[in-house]
Design a protein around this ligand. Structure first.
Ligand SMILES: NC(=O)c1ccc[n+]([C@@H]2O[C@H](COP(=O)([O-])OP(=O)(O)OC[C@H]3O[C@@H](n4cnc5c(N)ncnc54)[C@H](OP(=O)(O)O)[C@@H]3O)[C@@H](O)[C@H]2O)c1
Length: 495
């Protein structure tokens, strides 16, 4: 077992990192820029080697040039240092290789340092290649006890697919060597949720049924599917966002205090939450879920296409680009408290937020009707700006005792000094350190799919098609009635 670090200290040993899919979108936008940032700040040893792998015929210098331009693009101007890049680039190379060809995989062995040197195999590949790549690495004898393998999402598109991948990995690796990414877990504010809940005595008495009326988790995107239409057609919002990011956030909000910050102690608690989720299937799927798909509209005043006009999308497609759910957690702490989850593309704004709304005061002491009194609300914002807001009622100016809502507003970028690590920097650092706390364990991934599968089946059995919404609006109107039947409203409509 490893103990959690959550720290920034520098790992000491040499490491070889192989990025399978080294020329892809993720490698260009996130992985190589994050590795450069860690290198620049001295958080990884200078001897770290990074080998990008793809089937493109590209020289080492060509690869370095390609990565220099994307790193420049995705690293803030003042943080890109040409001299540091030059040193980092000496450690960067490209290898032509088809992961499906075991002979070619075997040749990779010649590029790696001896067996005792830790190696990180990062699967930034199309997910259907995860299992075959792992098998070929194993059969080629490249998986050593010091090997760590990082898996991107999605892991399967249902429970049986996820199990098939996990089983192949289990054949060649111990669970502690497998790092399943959910990059939301690398976000500073998600970790701050732990700090907020378990580092302050203020919140614990409130964090339960009886005090909290409802919880909302929103991951809103204003972008459409862009050039990922082909991938998205196979996924949809439930698989792409809810099965992983939103359920992980729900777990962080709802879990009990772990016995320590040990990776398994935390993941055990999250697993209990996943296992307490009330089943949604064909019997209640219409009542508790909403599927939506955007049609042409406008974002920030600029016209945008509808989903079915996007590249790679089938005409007449019924893939959901929006999904909202009422989730009930059948355990002692949360029985009776609805958790509303929603995510969508082409919504008016881009942000991720968790809102806990407390119950109203029991008596209208100030002459106002109870419904005039705005309930307290704790808002934890994950992106784009990270912060925590607590809404309180105070007396307004003037002679009358009339209350009005105000916010205690904590902007974490201002409140805490130092450059925050990006989610990918933090997660890569944790892989270096061999600490799986911020990654999903096999049983968590499978428990999440076990809960999601009956929803997908329910939609199919009920022939529950998507409700259309105009791009630039907050999703189908059905999402309003999902809450309205409980006398609740979405956060942006609340007073
Ligand atoms: N992009 C994102 O923002 C994002 C976010 C979350 C998760 N992910 C996940 O990250 C992974 C990569 O996504 P991506 O967007 O970077 O995909 P991508 O742009 O399509 O890149 C895929 C990479 O894999 C390489 N590749 C494909 N088949 C190969 C083979 N047989 N052998 C060796 N290399 C091969 C491709 O290069 P060649 O074709 O030249 O071989 C390319 O470099 C996927 O699992 C995705 O679901 C991506």
């Amino acid at each position: 077992m490893t103990s959690s670090s959550f720290g920034k200290s520098r790992p000491q040993h040499d490491v070889d990192i192989v990025v399978f899919g080294g020329g892809g979108d993720l490698a260009r936008r996130k992985l190589v820029p994050s590795l450069y940032d860690l290198f620049r700040d001295g958080l990884v040893p200078d001897s770290t080697r990074v080998i990008g792998v793809s089937r493109s015929d590209i020289s080492d210098d060509g690869y370095r040039d390609m990565m220099a331009s994307s790193t420049r693009e995705f690293t803030p101007e003042h943080e890109f240092d040409s001299e540091v890049w030059h040193r980092f680039a000496q450690q960067l190379s490209h290898q032509y290789l088809d992961v499906g060809d075991i002979g070619q995989i075997r040749s990779l062995g010649k590029l790696l340092r001896n067996h005792g040197t830790p190696r990180i195999f990062y699967m930034a590949l199309p997910p259907q290649l995860f299992a075959a790549t792992c098998r070929n690495l194993g059969e080629a004898g490249l998986i050593t006890p010091e090997t760590r393998v990082v898996l991107e999402k999605p892991i399967g598109r249902d429970l049986s697919g996820a199990k098939r991948i996990n089983e192949v990995f289990a054949e060649y690796l111990d669970e502690h060597q497998v790092f399943r990414i959910d990059h939301y877990l690398g976000k500073e504010t998600v970790q701050n949720l732990m700090a907020l809940r378990f580092g302050n005595s203020l919140f614990e008495p409130l964090w339960r049924r009886g005090r909290i009326e409802q919880v909302q988790i929103t991951v809103a995107e204003s972008i459409g599917v862009g050039d990922r239409g082909g991938y998205y057609e196979n996924a949809g919002a439930l698989r792409d966002m809810v099965q992983n990011h939103l359920l992980q956030l729900l777990c962080m909000v709802a879990m009990e205090a772990p016995t320590s910050l040990n990776a398994d102690a935390i993941r055990d608690e999250k697993l209990k939450v996943l296992r307490s989720l009330r089943r949604i299937d064909e019997t209640n799927v219409r009542k508790t879920t909403v599927r939506g798909q955007y049609v042409a509209g406008a974002i920030d005043g600029a016209p945008v296409k509808g989903y079915t006009e996007e590249e790679g999308v089938r005409s007449g497609s019924d893939t959901e680009t929006y999904c909202a759910l009422q989730v009930d957690i059948d355990n002692w702490r949360w029985a009776g408290v609805p958790f509303y989850l929603r995510t969508g593309k082409r919504l008016p704004d881009r942000y991720s937020e968790i809102t806990l709304q407390l119950r109203p005061v029991p008596l209208a002491l100030f002459g106002q009707k109870p419904e005039d009194l705005v309930p307290n609300r704790l808002v934890i914002r994950l992106q784009p700006d990270e912060g925590i807001k607590l809404r309180l009622m105070v007396k307004g100016r003037g002679r009358q005792m009339k209350l009005e809502p105000v916010n205690l507003d904590l902007n974490l970028a201002h409140a805490v000094r130092g450059r925050p690590l990006s989610a990918y920097e933090r997660l890569l650092l944790e892989v270096y350190r061999g600490d799986p706390t911020l990654f999903m364990r096999r049983d968590e991934v499978e428990a999440a799919w076990s809960w999601v599968d009956p929803i997908l089946e329910g939609w199919a059995m009920q022939e529950m098609g998507c409700k259309r919404y105009v791009a630039g609006t907050w999703g189908p109107s059905k999402a309003v009635s999902l809450l309205d039947r409980n006398n609740h409203v979405w956060a942006e409509d609340a007073p």
